[in-house]
Each structure stands twice: as C-alpha cells, then as structure tokens.
Design a protein around this ligand. Structure first.
Ligand code: NI
Length: 153
C-alpha cells in the first residue's frame, strides 16, 4: 500500500465519519499500522492511504493508539516545533500548535475514549486530525518557510 503524497487530491478531501465498526474497518486499521511502521512514521491518517474515513493511528503513546472519529474538544497553550509528514517526504517545518489538548473519539472496538494529551503526542493528534479535514503542514508553515519548501515540492 502506497502513501499518498502532496499533490494527490485525496489529501485535500474531508474524510467521512465512521458509522459502524466493521471487519473492513478493522482491516483498514491493521493496514494503517503496517504502512506507518514500514515508513517509520509515528502517526497516520486514513486519507494518506486514500481512504476517506475519519480514522487515525499513532505510535506516539506508550501503546499503539487508534482513534475513530477523533475530535479535539479543548486546546491550551502554544508551542512551535519541527514536524514532518509521510506525505511530504524529506521535509521538516516549524509548526505552531496547541501544547495541550483534550481529544475524544472511539477506540478500535467502538468504545468511547477521551484523552488529555501534551507535547509530541498532542502534536501528532492535531496533525492527523488536520489530515482528516484536508489540511496539510504546508498550510500551517510560516510564509518564509512555505516559500522555501515550495521550491522543494
Ligand atoms: Ni502527515
């Protein structure tokens, strides 16, 4: 399975809410972890493998985490840090994000989950939720950095 990279129109589409936990969804989650690991990523959104469903996976926590229909319900503080994205191979950019967030959604088996997160895991969740809304790191870069990066894309 291939990761969609910048320029692929699917990355700009808003993903759909998941309405049912199906075997197909479980297979999607398994595939997402596999692709993320193969590419040494710490987070992946379903849209990055061309599936327009609101599902994210991450390894930024102590254990593998899946969030279905993730929502950020609270944001606090601000932090600028260097960030990459599997859809922008070789590119790193300084991106400003909330430092602390509260997120909710469903776990792999449809159970409700609520997380209070800070630092890198909070950044990863914000990044992946952006993907589900068709927002990419290039949209969040400061203008000077965006200009430099555009010459590389
Ligand atoms: Ni990304």
């Amino acid at each position: 399975m291939k990761i969609r990279t910048y320029g692929d129109p699917v990355l700009r589409r808003k993903a759909q809410m998941v309405t049912e936990i199906t075997d197909e969804l479980k297979k999607l989650i398994k595939d997402m972890f596999e692709v993320m690991h193969q590419n040494d990523g710490i987070g992946l959104a379903a849209t990055q493998i061309g599936v327009e469903q609101r599902v994210i996976v991450t390894d930024a926590f102590d254990m593998p985490l899946v969030i279905i229909n993730p929502e950020i319900v609270m944001r606090g503080g601000e932090e600028i840090a260097e960030e990459g994205c599997l859809s922008f191979p070789g590119i790193k950019a300084s991106i400003k994000r909330a430092k602390d967030i509260m997120a909710k959604g469903l776990g792999e088996n449809g159970e409700e989950i609520k997380l209070e997160v800070t630092g890198i895991p909070a950044r990863v969740i914000q990044h992946e939720v952006d993907h589900l809304n068709g927002i990419l790191i290039v949209d969040r870069m400061i203008p000077a950095e965006r200009d430099t990066v555009k010459t590389l894309l």
